[in-house]
Design a binder for this molecule. Structure first.
Ligand SMILES: [Ca+2]
Ligand SMILES: [Ca+2]
Length: 403
């Protein structure tokens, strides 16, 4: 059964890659307000009013670390950008940080300074606004020599595309090939993250296709490419996308711990629960992250989840008192904040709150709400040196630092 289901899923992906059928996008006139997540002004106001977090006070288990928590601060690197939604570093370029603008540009911060020329500009092929746009870039592990990188964007028809580009010194990057086309039934929940795993595969999170409550139940349907975590061996000719996980609602941001190789997925919730999932590098797969049978730890729809994969429960959830749209980050492996070493940082787009936690025997420990906040937090980024950066959709990029 599982093999059959996987075959169906892959067949569906192959069909989607042909792009032959017409998209069933939602009515453009019904576009949501320009927020990359689902925050409404009302939700933002409600959550902002309740975010008076104590300075780095533990909010979960009692801390077991001997070192006192370091008070954190955000150091602004650049402002005035146009809706930055993701940050990435490229192998071989320790001085550079790439900033993805939602409308379709990738800019370069070099030594903390914004370069005058965009690294990539594909605004003419990107539909942007709401949860659509150029949503992420990932650089090939061998980028220092092969100059290959990958982008995930919403095209003019509202469908998701993943494409491979080759950078060229002194010239515009050249698109080499389209790797994925996923037809999107609604405008929201496009996932968007691209990242290379420790296995060298390219990972993409697709989101459940949108609307609310996964109306066509795609996340638990292995024949649909939506609500999935997919992988591709970009180095192998003829390789096809494989299914690494399902049961995702909108995995806006996920990352790999550069030290352990563990996968951290933050899945944006529906009406009640934001969640963080961890899959150890040693997992043989296949993971079922639960949606839409479950939202966080709570039953969502009265159904049996597809039994092909192992049901994964989130290691941490939070409710509407703390925010309304989780932005997953990274496990901190930098040197500037020793007491943050090994802690996973994440935040909330609506409330601007920022937390960190430790993973211990597969459980979240020592969950701390930090005193820093960042409204419209779209993304964390990790430099080659392990230091963390944060982007606000308001146009600024910050570095995480200790006081
Ligand atoms: Ca449903
Ligand atoms: Ca889940």
């Amino acid at each position: 059964m599982r093999l059959l289901a996987l075959a169906l899923a892959l067949a569906s992906l192959a069909l989607a890659a042909c792009g032959s059928s017409s998209p069933e996008t939602g009515d453009p006139a019904g576009a949501e307000p320009a927020a990359i997540h689902e925050a409404t002004p009302t939700e933002q106001a409600a959550t902002t009013a309740s975010t008076a977090a104590a300075d780095d006070a533990p909010t979960g288990e009692a801390p077991t670390e001997t070192a006192a928590p370091t008070k954190l601060r955000l150091v602004e690197i650049v402002s005035g950008l146009d809706s930055p939604v993701q940050l990435a570093a490229a192998p071989g370029e320790p001085e550079r940080l790439y900033v993805v603008e939602q409308a379709g540009r990738i800019l370069v911060l070099e030594g903390g300074e914004l370069l005058p020329t965009a690294f990539l500009d594909i605004e003419d092929r990107v539909a942007s606004g709401g949860e659509q746009g150029l949503l992420s870039v990932a650089f090939h592990p061998g980028y220092a020599t092969n100059r290959l990188f990958y982008v995930n964007y919403t095209d003019e028809r509202g469908d998701t595309r993943v494409a491979e580009y080759e950078a060229a010194p002194g010239a515009e990057p050249v698109e080499r090939r389209q790797l994925l086309l996923v037809e999107q039934p609604y405008e929201n929940h496009n996932g968007g993250q691209l990242a290379f795993g420790p296995d060298g595969l390219l990972y993409v999170g697709t989101g459940d296709g949108g609307a609310g409550g996964d109306p066509e139940n795609r996340a638990q349907d292995l024949a649909s490419p939506l609500g999935k975590l997919l992988t591709l061996d970009v180095d192998r000719a003829g390789a096809e996308w494989a299914l690494a996980g399902y049961g995702l609602r909108n995995p806006w941001r996920f990352s790999f711990d550069r030290e352990t190789g563990d996968l951290w997925i933050a899945d944006v919730g529906q009406d009640a629960w934001e969640e963080i999932n961890v899959t150890p590098r040693s997992s043989p797969g296949l993971e079922n992250y639960g949606w839409d049978a479950y939202e966080g730890l709570a039953p969502f729809e009265d159904k049996a989840p597809d039994a092909s994969g192992k049901l994964v429960w989130p290691i941490h959830v939070y409710g509407r008192e703390d925010g309304c749209s989780i932005t997953g980050g990274f496990v901190y492996r930098g040197a500037a904040i020793p007491t943050a070493s090994g802690r996973y940082f994440f935040g909330d787009y609506c409330s601007g709150r920022i937390w960190s936690l430790r993973l211990e025997s597969g459980e979240a420990k020592d969950v701390r709400g930090h005193s820093i906040e960042l409204k419209d937090l779209t993304s964390f980024g990790e430099g080659l040196d392990g230091e963390l950066y944060l982007a606000s959709q308001d146009g600024s990029v910050y570095r995480l630092a200790s006081e």
